[in-house]
Design a protein around this ligand. Structure first.
Ligand SMILES: C[S@@+](CC[C@H](N)C(=O)[O-])C[C@H]1O[C@@H](n2cnc3c(N)ncnc32)[C@H](O)[C@@H]1O
Length: 319
């Protein structure tokens, strides 16, 4: 997709916001599965052409012009989010539901390096944030930050759980920030979104900092997926360090990520424990799922890895 002139972008964004509102009115829902499950479902012979809006915006199936809901098709046209696929059209965006909200993100397959992420991890991340914010119920108005916000899930869940919160978000993907702003507007929440790889351009400290960083060794280095060294955990450690530098007294850093387990050891857990103890902060670390993305273990970077665990980390700064 080429960058559109500013006026065009405004018109397209307004069409995307209208699309989310129309879908909400019509009770649209779609839960995004893993890419492997998505591929398996699409491999079925009867799943080659869309029969519904859900097929177009959830399963990313092609459709013939005029064969889906006319208002939805017109909004996708106005947003310039349709492209030709032979005699049919495909949407460039997907829409998924989470906690009664709708989230715009990139269509399947997410091959572009700046694809906007949303997946099963987003659901688990959202639930973790919600439970951690509920147990912070005694505190006054919160200042929250979601690092690597993608489609805005962490920021929007925080804003929904704590309507008094001042919510900031960062990402290095301009398209992700664009979708996050539209998703926030559709959820009627205000977020202050920044295009930044670090927190250097943001002022002050935060009561809650959330992150669901990339944690896979991605051969194509896609922004939403590539976690760097330490078998993909380096970016999780870097984001946690940035977060701890900006935590207000009594504040919580909530990290949802994956960690590669080598010979029974978890290098991320050890590194995070060292970071927390060096600052006098407390750490809670637990595995949410012992084994995800098992197919990645066939890749050369994982030759010594026995499993990838999903982990939840909560680091609290004393008051
Ligand atoms: C796995 S996705 C998660 C997106 C979203 N938080 C969610 O849970 O659906 C990771 C996100 O981190 C972003 N990212 C990667 N490196 C970053 C950095 N240094 N600073 C901010 N965001 C970054 C990516 O662009 C991507 O949107």
């Amino acid at each position: 997709m080429n960058a559109a002139p500013a006026g065009d972008t405004e018109r397209q964004d307004a069409a995307l916001l209208a699309l989310l509102r129309v879908l909400a009115e019509r009770g649209y829902g779609f839960v995004t599965p893993t890419p492997l499950t998505h591929a398996r479902v699409l491999a079925r012979v009867e799943r080659q052409q869309a029969r519904s809006v859900r097929d177009v915006l959830g399963w990313s199936l092609p459709f013939r012009r005029g064969e889906i809901d006319a208002e939805i098709e017109a909004l996708l046209d106005r947003a310039e989010m349709l492209h030709a696929d032979g005699a049919m059209l495909r949407s460039r965006v997907r829409v998924s539901s989470l906690h009664d909200r709708l989230f715009l993100h990139s269509a399947y397959p997410t091959d572009d390096t700046d694809s906007v992420f949303f997946g099963p991890d987003s659901y688990r991340f959202a639930d973790l944030i919600r439970s951690e914010l509920t147990s912070l119920s005694g505190r006054g108005p919160l200042r929250t930050l979601d690092i690597g916000t993608g489609s805005g899930v962490g920021a929007i869940v925080a804003a929904s759980a704590r309507p008094d919160a001042l919510v900031c978000a960062t990402d290095i993907n301009a398209r992700a920030l664009r979708f996050a702003r539209i998703n926030a507007a559709a959820a009627s929440v205000a977020i202050d979104a920044h295009h930044a790889p670090t927190l250097d351009t943001l002022d002050g400290v935060f009561d809650v900092i959330t992150a669901n960083p990339p944690y896979i060794i991605d051969a194509e280095s896609r922004l939403y997926r590539h976690g760097g060294g330490m078998h993909g955990a380096q970016l999780s450690l870097d984001m946690t360090r940035m977060a701890l530098d900006r935590l207000a007294p009594g504040g919580r850093a909530i990290l949802y990520t994956g960690s590669a387990i080598v010979d029974g050891g978890d290098a991320l857990e050890s590194a995070l424990a060292d970071e927390a103890s060096a600052r006098g902060f407390t750490l809670r670390y637990r595995e949410l799922d012992p084994d995800v993305f098992g197919e990645e273990l066939d890749q050369p970077g994982y030759a010594d890895v026995e499993r990838i665990a999903l982990v939840a980390t909560v680091i609290t700064r004393p008051t």
